[in-house]
Design a binder for this molecule. Sequence first.
Ligand code: ZN
Length: 415
Amino acid sequence: MAYEEITALLGGWPGFVIREVTREPGGTPSGSPQITITLAAVPGARRYCGRCGGPVTQVHDVTERRIRELPILDAETWLLVPLARVACARCGPTVEALPWLDRYARMTRRFAESVARLAQVLPIKQVAEWFGLSWDTVQAIDHAAMDARLGPVALTGVRRIVIDEFAIQKGHRYATVIAEPETRRVLWVGRGRSREDVRPFFELLGPERCAQLDAAVMDMSEAYEAETRAHCPQVTIVYDLFHVVAKFAREVIDRVRVDETNRVAQAAGPGPTRARRRVIKGARWLLLRNKGTLRRDERVRLQELLAANRRLWVVYVLKDGLKALWRYTYIGAARRAWEEWYGWAVRSRIPALVAFARRLSGKLPGILAHCRFPLHTGVLEGINNKIKVLKRMAYGFRNDAYFFLKIRAAFPGNP
Ligand SMILES: [Zn+2]
């Protein structure tokens, strides 16, 4: 390959030409060949100060720096670059600036870009192996590239937000993600889920933009709601259907199922009782899943289960009724449906259900608010699923700022 061809292939190095190319088979730790390109400065080329960027004429001396370049086919490729130490009239002695090499960098800009591009779609470990770099180097390159690409988050014009938590470690530590529901753009990610933990977001938003927020969709946890109201008293709080139904499943369906299993057990005796007990015990997924997704034999089992047990039947029907409250567009109709639902729940005389309904009645405005702001739970689910994928890709939590940036990068927003 002629030098001109290599130069054209890699994109060239303004101010320099190739003086020599050597190829060493098996020259790298991984056993792939290694190519070394020695560059020479073009005589009389203009040089610039590495600090202020101004032109300089005086060259002190030249030091050679070894710099990583894009691979040529299967060969790891390095440059030997004679870098001039120049004397700037304004800044004093410094190393010259090159348009294709960042200050102090040990790799060309296009090489770093190539690493960053791959790190967008592959786990760090694989990218590191591919380029023969360390995990930390790849992470640092990806971090810097995301910082440059994303910049500070644009918060002007944000009218609606969705707030949700996600687990950093199973069941232990949590983080909060705040997104814009219409554009699916992640605005902020922070560790924890207390009032203090989410305060930095509202401080970043600032009083003026806080005052322009119309609606915030969230679960029924006190912390998010209290902190949102404290900064944005005008905001309408909307409760997320998915979270309310999940709460109903935990606090009502699971409770009734366990109670009924025990009650059948106390009725005692071998034979059919034991079989009935087993049916109820294993019924959780039948009771929680959507009817439409059940197989024919599962539907039959569910019908038998509900026919044999009044309480399970009641909570099952009321779960569907609860979900239906989010389908209304007219607040009057939604309120009537709620009153009907509440009446059934309270008259059921099932303690867990009555207690849940009473607590929920205090939260009614947040349920009815869905009529005015029909915000989608799909936004939350999509983001949470992506976070799980990012975790599986082993970006890990060695570095919060990096991981949170990764989440932002995955949801830059739809135009
Ligand atoms: Zn200068």
